[in-house]
Write a protein that binds this ligand. Sequence first.
Ligand SMILES: Nc1ncnc2c1ncn2[C@@H]1O[C@H](COP(=O)(O)OP(=O)(O)O)[C@@H](O)[C@H]1O
Ligand SMILES: [Mg+2]
Length: 236
Amino acid sequence: MKKNQCQKSCLPDNLETIAKGIIHEIRNPLNAVYAHVQLLEEEIGEEKENLYSSLMQIKVGISQIDGILREFGRFVRQTKPILRKENLNSLLNDVLRFVDAECRSYEIKVIKQFQDDLPEILVDANQIKQVMLNLILNANQAMLNGGTLTITTFLMQGKGKEKKDCVCIEVQDTGIGISEEQTTRIFDLFYSTKPSGTGLGLPIVQKTVHDHDGKIEIDSQPGKGTRVRVVLSAGR
Ligand SMILES: Nc1ncnc2c1ncn2[C@@H]1O[C@H](COP(=O)(O)OP(=O)(O)O)[C@@H](O)[C@H]1O
Ligand SMILES: [Mg+2]
């Protein structure tokens, strides 16, 4: 089997098995708890306001735990990329169509600065779209009072001995930015500063980009905004 078409997950076998087992073992009782909460909800009814609102909080909590488990499940199941020649501009357009309604509702202006003649490069389209989506959602979530989202693509001519050309994608926002202390932790599994964040977005992004032999750079100014650059080799 060719290296880049290997379907195996990027985690060591035993770690993947343990992770899947834990997810399964937590989700089962969680579903049972949810079913009981629903029974209680019907029994108590909306008249008993305090009890009812506590039950609603329990339901929100259960949904959050379930969401984290689902995303973590996706993280451990990630497979090695299946590479095909793709145009990153058109992948980005797909993702931008998907988030269009959200951008409008947050009053986020979207600016596209795509290089027209970007060469096609070998990537796993679904995985790269997942990377783009995670970065754009983070950008949007940093601009809850509106702002500007600028998406840029360009070809970077190879420098140095190897002279390999790279295709770059930049996702830039005018949001709250990332402090220096946070910068050291944002790629940590489960690190999140958001009330209902999972802290899985950037670890997934980093793992996918590394699986594509690419790199990711973050440049941020607290209070002003953040620019994330993904660099992928154009000559693979
Ligand atoms: N564009 C951004 N602007 C500000 N903070 C960001 C941005 N992207 C990531 N972060 C910070 O990195 C943390 C981790 O991001 P991520 O792994 O996607 O998890 P989540 O989005 O679930 O919090 C976020 O909680 C946030 O503090
Ligand atoms: Mg995120």
